[in-house]
Design a protein around this ligand. Structure first.
Ligand code: PMP
Length: 453
């Protein structure tokens, strides 16, 4: 007999049984697994998702934040289909005009971006940024912060969500691999830093500056724990002093914290920036941007002149390798440009932030009424529900939250039609309405009553 998430998810359970026979674990990304079975969706419209059992959900996952305009925004659909019709093809496999149009747009919005290259995912963007920094500085080690995610590859799949016993001292954390199959090389050659702790970070960096090429960071950890202004300003000054490049991974924060990402809000120019998610209007995309002098390292016609800093590099005559069959996909760039066009309309981001704040305030009120220690933590259009009153400023602090209760509530919320992956953050869209917010707050109250029974 099938184990059901609820009496109303029988089709999902059945389809998942079939999926498990041909797909390991029945999911195409481990993060998409929910026990006893994920909910199988078949339609999206605006702020809603609809599953194969015809249940409706208010969607706060929004494809892990990518769908800032919700599902099926008309002008994005039109842009994608219009581009294909006009071009008579899905993709050219050659340079085309929209690449420059999008590059110019990103340069106008992001203070740290002077030149742009496109990729197919956020993962590829951070990977290319790290490689660029190594080539540019000639140094071979990478530093990253504990609890920060930059994509699913060996170099950065370290200390994203480590067991604290393995992760050691909070001020000089160990590198802990997040998966089987990660070579020891990366564990040994990656420096893990404590987020929002400038003094400890400085100590580590000063001791190892000669070998660290770059620091990659999420300016807002997990999209919801902001860097303190002092911390991020201090880190920028320190990296400049020590000849370490600073990479902002703005895959989550890009177009969500502001149109110019976290860098605009903090007033910091990183050396390199990785973008993704919102940029593709719901299609797979990534981009890397940064200082001209650094970005030029991948220019095929100038490889010899530019690649001087990477003295160790044997292929000095070549440009930095960057390729990809689908890079700069015209259909995707058209959807991304249509998405940005909507976000740039006067008052749009402000209304999005206002609604997010309103939902956060109302949720905080409900939990207070039921005497559950709770705070929302976030910035802009993303936040998380933390069942704890202590201040959350980095990975170690997350251990203070009551995740057992949160998970129970999240399962009830799924049954009540509020969708996010259990324990995940909430992302808002410009199409979430006041009615959605009211229904969400009511669902939380119902869920609290059920788990408190
Ligand atoms: N960096 C950050 C900060 C992310 O949130 C993600 C995706 N969650 C990635 C990189 C990887 O992006 P993608 O899934 O498009 O490869």
């Amino acid at each position: 007999k099938l184990e059901l998430l609820s009496e109303n998810t029988k089709q999902s359970a059945q389809l998942f049984e079939n999926a498990k026979k041909v797909i390991p674990g029945g999911v195409t990304a481990n993060i998409k697994y929910i026990a006893p079975h994920p909910i199988i969706m078949e339609k999206g419209k605006g702020s809603k998702l609809y599953d194969v059992d015809k249940n409706e959900y208010i969607d706060y996952l929004l494809c892990y934040g990518a769908l800032i305009l919700g599902h099926g925004y008309p002008s994005v659909f039109e842009a994608a289909m219009g581009q294909m019709k006009e071009a008579g093809t899905t993709i050219f496999g050659t340079p085309h005009r929209l690449e420059t149009v999008m590059a110019e747009k990103l340069i106008s919005l992001y203070p740290g971006i002077e030149m742009v290259r496109f990729t197919n995912s956020g993962l590829e963007a951070t990977l290319l940024a790290i490689r660029t920094a190594m080539a540019y500085t000639g140094k071979q080690k990478l530093a990253k912060f504990e609890g920060h995610y930059h994509g699913g590859y060996d170099q950065v799949l370290l200390s994203v969500n480590p067991e604290v016993e393995q992760a050691g001292d909070a001020v000089i954390p160990n590198a802990v691999p997040e998966s089987q199959g990660i070579p020891d090389y990366y564990v040994e050659n990656t420096v893990i830093l404590p987020f929002n702790d400038l003094a400890s970070t400085e100590k580590i960096l000063r001791a190892r500056a000669h070998e660290i090429s770059s620091i990659i960071m999420e300016p807002i950890q997990g999209g919801f724990i902001p860097a303190d202004q002092e911390f991020i300003t201090g880190l920028r000054a320190l990296t400049e002093e020590l000849g370490i490049l600073l990479i902002f991974d703005e895959v989550k924060t890009g177009f969500r914290l502001s149109l110019g990402g976290a860098q605009k809000k903090y007033g910091i120019k990183p050396d390199l920036t990785a973008l993704g998610k919102v940029l593709g209007g719901g299609f797979p995309v990534g981009a890397i941007g940064g200082k001209k002098e650094i970005m030029q390292i991948s220019a095929p016609d100038r490889g010899r002149d530019i690649l001087t800093a990477g003295a160790e590099n044997k292929n000095k005559n070549d440009a930095l390798f960057h390729s990809g069959t689908y890079n700069g996909h015209p259909t995707i760039l058209a959807s991304g440009l249509a998405t940005i066009e909507v976000l740039e309309r006067e008052g749009t981001m402000e209304a999005l932030f206002f609604n997010t704040r309103s939902l956060r305030n109302q949720l905080e009120d409900v939990y207070k009424r039921y005497d559950i220690p709770m705070q929302t933590v976030g910035e802009g259009s993303i936040f998380n529900i933390i069942l704890s009153k202590s201040r959350i400023k980095n990975y170690r602090d997350m251990g203070k939250a009551d995740t057992t209760l949160r998970k129970k509530l999240d399962y009830e919320l799924l049954k009540l039609g509020v969708y996010t992956k259990p324990l995940n953050r909430y992302s808002m869209s410009v199409v979430h309405t006041e009615e959605d917010i009211t229904r969400t707050v009511e669902a939380h109250e119902k869920a609290i009553k059920i788990v408190q029974k």
